[in-house]
Design a binder for this molecule. Structure first.
Ligand SMILES: Cc1ncc(COP(=O)(O)O)c(C=O)c1O
Ligand SMILES: [Zn+2]
Length: 437
């Protein structure tokens, strides 16, 4: 397929992208450092560093270039992304993002929501979760730095994304999982050519140890040392949703949170759309979905206080982060925009997975079940109104976690003849008629 006919690829136009990123900036104390600095924490106060942009320039460039002919992938608004090397950008993420925004009338009817949409990142490429957005950005940065080894610490999906995107970029990947890892995801990493190491600890312990290992070994970690760049990838979800709604920002997002990167960066992305004049986004509220067995961000939002770390105890493994690194940013996002939070128990999460499956034909993992169960709760509590335009984020694919879902049995094998099968079909039809849908 040539570049000219591939809508996912933009025409190569030189060595530098049109990124308007200017510097890395401390969120707290105002420290600033050049974009090429490899620091990820502020040397003055220890806070995370964030990428800053020249928004006036981005606004000019977007107006000049228009929207026609832009790539249908995460690089679509490269002015607002941190990668400056065209060569690095073109090696990864060409098929990540631009996932469908699906109108969900059948699910909406169940939840009492007349304008419900699903942002279906369970179809993201290459590894079927939202993490393809952030990890593409991290691997592009790795290439920009001229490095070819990368590590990560993962609750599940970062691992598979790093394994796949590192393979595509020709880099070697080392994936560190906590003790409660989902086996299927670890197996996928091995199949994708990565090394996998399971650690005897929970995610938060693994994260701390990986930070030390990364500093001791000099190996970049996608979601630790490359974090300022990694996080920027999550903004692309906000850009896409608002464009998919014809530049009318929704009333509500409902976003599942673990470390809080996605929800805090959707907030940043919405602010940027307004800053560059593409959409009015200040009316959009952000609501957080978490498991009740690991809900430090939701608890802080609902109680009005700060974040108190929790020890995760949930089947939603991909959301099992008890000490969320971007938690304070999420509180800020929800408190400045308005919005709320809800939590769901493990049985509610699996019921919601089934409800989404049978109403919309989408098979999600527990993170997506958490979003749907939380959306239902927020609607039932009146925190989301029946006519509000709601975008619920389905961030991961159920095919990757199916072996962890509760079994739904089917009958024993029957003989292969029409009479027996006819009896079986009659039983099926009676069961279907007796079921609520
Ligand atoms: C499928 C899925 N959804 C949502 C999240 C939450 O991500 P964040 O850490 O950005 O809050 C994760 C993170 O691990 C995930 O794997
Ligand atoms: Zn600082």
């Amino acid at each position: 397929m040539s570049d000219a006919v591939n809508p996912h690829q933009g025409a190569p136009d030189g060595q530098r992208t049109t990124s308007c990123a200017t510097e890395l900036a401390c969120r707290d104390c105002g420290y600033r450092t050049p974009l090429l600095d490899t620091a990820f924490k502020c040397p003055a106060c220890g806070e995370g560093l964030d990428v800053d942009y020249d928004y006036a320039r981005a606004s000019e460039l977007i107006a000049e270039r228009g929207l026609e002919g832009r790539p249908q992938n995460i690089w679509r608004f490269e002015e607002l992304l941190p990668i400056v090397s065209r060569a690095a950008q073109q090696k990864v993420g060409q098929f990540a993002g631009r996932t469908p925004l699906i109108r969900a009338d059948r699910l909406g009817a169940e939840l009492g929501l007349r304008n419900l949409y699903l942002k279906d990142d369970s179809t993201n490429r290459p590894t079927l979760s939202y993490k393809d957005r952030v990890v593409s950005m991290a691997i592009a940065r790795l290439l920009e730095l001229g490095k070819n080894e990368v590590g990560c610490v993962s609750t599940g999906n970062v691992g598979t994304a790093v394994a796949a995107l590192a393979a595509k970029a020709g880099a070697t990947a080392y994936i560190f999982y906590p003790g409660n890892m989902e086996k299927g995801k670890a197996k996928a990493c091995r199949a994708l050519g990565a090394q996998v190491c399971q650690l005897d600890g929970n995610y938060d312990q693994a994260n701390r140890a990986c930070r030390e290992l990364s500093l001791a070994s000099g190996i970049e970690f996608a979601n630790i040392t490359l974090r300022p760049f990694y996080a920027e990838g999550a903004k692309t979800m906000a850009f896409e949703v608002v464009e998919e709604l014809d530049w009318i920002s929704p009333d509500h997002f409902v976003i599942p949170a673990a470390g809080g990167t996605l929800s805090s960066r959707v907030h940043k992305g919405l602010n940027e759309l307004q800053a560059v004049g593409l959409a009015q986004t200040e009316g959009t509220k952000i609501n957080i979905a978490q498991a009740s067995g690991c809900g430090p961000i939701a608890s802080a939002i609902l109680d009005g206080g700060e974040i108190h770390p929790q020890t995760p105890e949930t089947a939603a493994h991909s959301l099992a982060i008890g000490a969320p690194g971007d938690g304070a940013l999420v509180l800020d996002a929800v408190r400045t925009r308005g919005g709320s939070a809800a939590t769901a128990s493990d049985p509610e999460i699996f019921e919601a997975i089934d409800l989404l499956g049978k109403t919309e034909g989408i098979l999600t993992e527990p993170a997506g079940g958490t979003t749907i169960a939380s959306t239902a709760r927020l609607a039932a509590q009146g925190k989301i109104g029946p006519d509000d335009v709601v975008v619920a984020v389905i961030s991961g694919n159920g095919l990757k976690t199916l072996q962890e879902h509760p079994d739904k049995p089917w009958p024993e094998m029957v003989s292969c003849d029409v009479e027996t099968m006819g009896e079986m079909l009659e039983d099926f039809r009676q069961a279907a008629a007796a079921a609520p849908h």
